[in-house]
Design a protein around this ligand. Structure first.
Ligand SMILES: O=C([O-])CC(=O)C(=O)O
Ligand SMILES: [Mg+2]
Length: 389
């Protein structure tokens, strides 16, 4: 078998929302379609990938470096020993040839988009959902029937008041989510506490509310928030300081007993390992949010998951950022702690299969081959149209 064609496109995922660091008014995403000569149901298998959210489309990197490497590779160098499927690790090695280590930047986003499309194609060719394929080939052979999900939102939005914030959270709870997440750090501490208390009126208990500062705070501000947040016993306090400031994170842990979460902006297993070595993260309560789509894809993610035990953590500490179906497959097939979900933002890339129901804060998985994009009409239509596939 071989890859016959690779198509790339840029699509907008812009919206007027704002977190403590950026607005999303010009946010874009890359989409890649990997077309193969394998026929299933009378049509060539096509794998699709996109780059989560929060980093812009990586078209320059894709078109100048990574896609040419894949197109120029000998077809046999990309397939498994049996010759009947792509080998994601061989594809990855081809993509990363002549790339120096370190300085992970955003080439990890470009590689992540292609890697997602490759795994989608691999599971489609194997004729099974990706979570099943992962359980069998990389895991212990069993899958979680359902996955914990929380509803991320609570963005700053022009003209949004506390009543609208409460209505948004009520909608999430009505959909079946138990834990919801809101942004902090884009307003004063007093305002954020007022917003938090408004949301707590809806969800009833701090254990149902996570807050996300998107890396906005210096140490003093992070500690001031920690002191103010402590009495609420929240689900977690996320990305207080700069994602690469492990000393800040470690110091903050001395001032905050409750669960903390970070990692969505660490894009390699080496960066993840540095967080675990130097960031003071506590395996008995803290959460790791590495997003495979932003961080060189699932081939690299498997390396990241592999270093968790040596640092005292388990895959159950991981609840990835991004709210996408690839992470949902990884969560079910490789036993993560859960997955993010964006019920109302980042459409059509956020969210799961159209018929997925959230019950008591958990979702099941569709049984479609691949990542399951074909079960999410708006997304598959968007990716097919963008790539003319
Ligand atoms: O607002 C964002 O960039 C998304 C984010 O941090 C999250 O989902 O945790
Ligand atoms: Mg976040």
């Amino acid at each position: 078998m071989r890859i016959t064609e690779i198509r790339e496109a840029v699509v907008p995922i812009s919206s007027p929302i704002r977190n403590a660091y950026i607005d999303f008014s010009k946010m874009t995403a890359s989409v890649v379609a990997v077309v193969t000569d394998v026929i299933r149901d009378g049509k060539p298998v096509v794998g699709y990938g996109f780059n989560s959210n929060g980093r812009y489309a990586a078209s320059g990197l894709l078109n100048e470096r990574f896609l040419p490497r894949l197109r120029e590779a000998a077809p046999d160098s990309l397939i498994n020993d049996a010759g009947d499927n792509l080998d994601p690790r061989k594809v990855w090695a081809t993509l990363m040839s002549n790339e120096k280590p370190g300085g992970h930047g955003e080439r990890s986003v470009a590689v992540g988009v292609i890697d997602m499309a490759v795994w989608d194609a691999v599971a489609k060719i194997a004729g099974v959902p990706l979570y099943r394929y992962l359980a069998d080939t990389e895991g212990d052979g069993t899958v979680d029937d359902s996955v914990f999900v929380y509803a991320a939102g609570g963005y700053y939005y022009p003209g949004k008041d506390d009543t609208q914030l409460q209505e948004e959270m009520r909608r999430y709870r009505d959909m079946g989510y138990e834990v919801v997440k809101m942004k902090i750090g884009g307003a004063s501490l007093d305002e954020d506490i007022r917003r938090i208390e408004a949301v707590l009126e809806v969800v009833g208990d701090g254990k149902y509310l996570a807050v996300d500062a998107n890396g906005r705070f210096d140490l003093d501000t992070a500690i001031a928030y920690a002191k103010a947040l402590s009495p609420y016993k929240l689900f977690w306090y996320e990305e207080a300081g700069d994602p690469l400031d492990y000393a800040l994170q470690a110091e903050l842990a001395k001032h905050y007993d409750g669960p903390m979460a970070t990692g969505e902006n660490l894009f390699s297993h080496q960066d993840a390992r540095n967080l675990l070595r130097h960031g003071g993260m506590r395996p008995d309560r803290d959460w790791l949010q590495f997003d495979c789509a932003l961080s060189y894809g699932l081939v690299e993610y498997l390396r990241t998951l592999a270093i968790l035990p040596e640092c005292g953590f388990s895959t159950r500490n991981v609840i990835p950022h991004g709210g996408h179906q690839l992470s949902l497959n990884i969560a079910a097939g490789l036993k993560l702690g859960g997955n993010e979900s964006y019920p109302e933002v980042f459409a059509p890339f956020g969210g799961f299969a159209d018929d997925t129901r959230v019950e008591a804060g958990r979702v099941g998985l569709p049984d479609a081959p691949g990542i399951g994009f074909e079960k999410k009409q708006g997304l598959i239509e968007c990716m097919r149209k963008a790539t003319s596939t």
